[in-house]
Design a protein around this ligand. Sequence first.
Ligand SMILES: *Cc1c(COP(=O)(O)O)cnc(C)c1O
Length: 433
Amino acid sequence: MTTRELAELDKAILWHPFTPMREWTAPAHEPLVLARGRGAWVWDRDGRAWLDGNSSIWTNIHGHGHPKLLAALREQAERVAHTSFLGFTNEPAIRLAAALVALCAPSALARVFYTDDGSTAIECALKMTVQFWQQSGRPQRREFLAFDHAYHGDTFGAASLGGIPLFHERFSRFGLPVRQVAGEASLEALSAEDIDRLAAVVIEPLIQGAAGMRRWPEGMLRRLRAWCDAHDVLLIFDEVMTGFGRTGTMFACQQEAVWPDFLCLAKGLTGGLLPLAATLTTGRVYDAFLGAPEEGKTFFYGHSYCGNPLACAVALASLEIFREENVLAALPPKIDHLRHELAALQARFPQHLHEIRQCGFIAGIEIQRGHMTRHGAPLTAAAVCLAAREFGLLTRPVMGETIVLMLPLCATEEDIAHAVSAVGQALEREITR
Ligand SMILES: *Cc1c(COP(=O)(O)O)cnc(C)c1O
């Protein structure tokens, strides 16, 4: 099939996530049919190359086609690709769990539950929380506290925590009891009765991703931990985006030396090769689920592909790459370089850029509203992202007119300069001066 025929077939039968399909299927829209990846770059079927500017929707860590990850995948596939984790176990899953717990030392996180993606990692933490309180003599603790603009995934439970009206409003009344608050100050306004109903506080540590790469105030995680401890409320960290080096440390919460009662990991866990997620929790939570089977304390929850050996083998290899290639130690100069490039970009477009926010190797470039493009349409982050394709960069915006730059950690200083330059060229082309 030609690329054109493939694209037409896609338009005829597919339904894409987070995609206005009338625009997607419009005759003028030519979907990119991506076919190949190496390092921080991807190619389409016709050989055109782009820098993977959002790490393939925030998943890729060591680049595409890393030989060690491919070898781990092949070796495990030769043995067995999938066996059940319900009543059986397997070596890659065991070794990965030990490695994840070791990464969190010293902390109380000591148990690992596998799921498939970020949403189910959260879903699992929510269900464990509810059942934990039921089995700890505090069944009234059934409400979750989440923050405005939060994004924790799209299953009903995870979406109930969501604070982005465009995504979440229509579903929120079907979901869990959730108290949505603006920030940490709102905690002080809660009454003793309010607090007594709280099961857990859920937060994306350091930075909210989908909300537009918005940073939390410094020290917030520490203060949240202290507040939760003082009121015996559990704390859930959603590190689905921030985990595995994105913010400069393995996990974002390490920057404030704070650990949660639940640590939810997904996107980067396998380096971006396969779907896999993990929910880590403490011995305190785990112990509440122990008892004779007839006591009914078992956690009756799981998915067909829990503990998938292929994904676990690849995740283990990804953690080995972190060690062997000193990935975290190589980040500070790249993060500095990114900061430097972004500052130059901001200086070049003082009117058209509202703000640039950076957290480690993650950047959000917010467009100033109210400007027009040379086509006479409002200047949007989406328009700039589309134009950036012509300058060799693939990415997409998040809420609040914010362009995401989140390169794989293997990106070189040259790649970083290329990415920022592509955004600059795209802006230059789109705007009318
Ligand atoms: C992407 C994301 C999720 C959801 O993960 P999926 O794998 O898409 O289900 C949850 N939380 C955060 C912070 C995310 O960025």
